[in-house]
Design a protein around this ligand. Structure first.
Ligand code: C5P
Length: 416
């Protein structure tokens, strides 16, 4: 574990036969010098005795909200102490409870109180796993920032064959090691992120906007927080949930002009700037102070003579302005500037041109003509183009926006 201080791994074990695999994982983690704490549900304790985990970890095993009346509030102290929380095996029931914020036992109560990196390894019968309710619950968890591991496919304890097997202890161990070793790599760094859309008003009730849920930007925010950064988010209208964290400041804006002013004011302090917002390129030249009315026509008729011409003027290109500030050395000398490119055609040419035109160090390009990724989706696939080698882009294959966000940060701001 090099010079990293001893980290606490919290293992949440729910009631599946795969609970036995957790004995091996606990042993491997202890051998690698982690402090391992275990919470078991009542059902899990029917598969493997708590005494086994107590012996393997050298720590008491937490089973109940009311285990020890003399102890501090256990679910809060466990949640605060943990550097990483893995729930494995995660049954369909526990996944449903986590997705809906139910907190009716020690494991789910601790999960709700926990604000760090949550890993979830599902394990259940194939039909239960494939059921649309479970799939929706898993999508909810992913959208909120949990990292799903598996399940693997194969023969299940119930005799069925298909997806539902919990991944092996060795795989879980590798993922925990990777997560922990890189967990603090942005500590002490300031990350500035723009996300969501902008709204450009024609009159008090109508506006021009771009499609954007803000999911990629909020996933990047979460990933940066998990990596230890302080994050300033500048968020336009968006449906995605904003994480709650002591190290996050969120400034809400509506128009491109407001977003631009906010981004420029925060840029001077930032080590890494990511422009993931879908900014409106134009705004109406004039905003009417009262609602624009149509000319009335005969009952049931459309007045074909009533046409409206909308005059638009350009909005500031925020990324390009920041690019200019970088060239003019107004930003910190080593600030990394990252933009996004949502393309429907000529992805490669457009992304490479944007590197140049906007003065960005990286452009993250995604193909928004595909229905399975991009807008509003919880998944994405991107190609990263860099100023250093514009021709040699890197493909990050389709995965959840949560995982992708972490991979993007690791590429654009690697551990030095
Ligand atoms: O030119 P285009 O809109 O395709 O460029 C996309 C990138 O530029 C994104 O990173 C987006 O956040 C940023 N952008 C901006 N200000 C604009 C338009 C786009 O910062 N007015």
């Amino acid at each position: 574990m090099g010079n990293l201080k001893r980290k606490t791994i919290l293992l949440g074990i729910s009631g599946g036969i795969a609970a036995y695999k957790m004995c091996d994982l606990a042993r491997q983690l202890v051998r690698a010098s982690y402090n391992v704490k275990v919470i078991m549900t009542q059902h899990a304790a029917k598969f493997v005795g708590p005494a086994t985990f107590r012996s393997l970890t050298g720590n008491p095993v937490a089973l109940d909200l009311f285990d020890d009346p003399a102890a501090p509030i256990n679910h809060i102290s466990l949640a605060e102490e943990a550097d990483l929380f893995l729930i494995a095996p995660a049954t369909a029931n526990v996944i449903a409870k986590l997705a809906h914020g139910r907190a009716d036992d020690l494991l789910t109560t601790t999960a709700l109180a926990y604000q760090g990196q949550l890993l979830v390894a599902p394990a259940m019968n194939t039909q239960m796993y494939l059921d649309s309710v479970t799939q929706e619950n898993l999508a909810t968890l992913t959208a909120r920032g949990a990292q799903l591991i598996g399940p693997a496919s194969g023969e299940l304890a119930c005799g069925d064959s298909g997806p539902g097997r919990m991944v092996e202890a060795q795989t879980l161990f590798g993922i925990i090691e990777d997560s922990i070793q890189t967990s603090d790599w942005l500590a002490g760094k300031k990350v500035l992120i723009s996300a969501g859309s902008t709204q450009e008003y024609l009159d008090p009730v109508r506006y021009l906007t771009n499609r954007s849920s803000g999911k990629m930007g909020t996933a990047l925010t979460r990933a940066a927080l998990q990596a230890g950064a302080e994050v300033q988010l500048v968020l336009g209208p968006a449906s995605a949930a904003v994480p709650v964290d002591k190290r996050l400041a969120c400034t809400r804006v509506v128009t491109a002009d407001e977003m631009c002013a906010a981004m420029i004011s925060f840029a001077l302090e930032a080590n890494l700037i990511i422009c993931s917002a879908a900014v409106s390129d134009y705004r109406p030249a004039k905003k009417a102070s009262i609602k624009i009315k149509k000319r009335q026509s005969q009952l049931g008729q459309t007045n074909q003579q009533d046409t409206q011409v909308l005059e638009l003027v350009q909005n500031p290109d925020i990324l390009a302005k920041l690019g200019r500030m970088k060239i003019e050395k107004t930003l910190k000398a080593d600030t990394i500037l990252v933009g996004f490119a949502a393309e429907t055609n000529n992805l490669e040419d457009n992304a490479q041109a944007k590197l140049e035109r906007k003065g960005a160090d990286y452009i993250i390009a995604n193909d928004v003509s595909r229905a399975d990724i991009g807008f509003e989706s919880t998944e994405n696939e991107v190609r990263i183009f860099s100023k250093a080698a514009p021709e040699a882009d890197t493909l990050l294959p389709k995965t959840s926006k949560t995982q992708l966000a972490r991979q993007i940060l690791q590429r654009v701001y690697p551990l030095s």
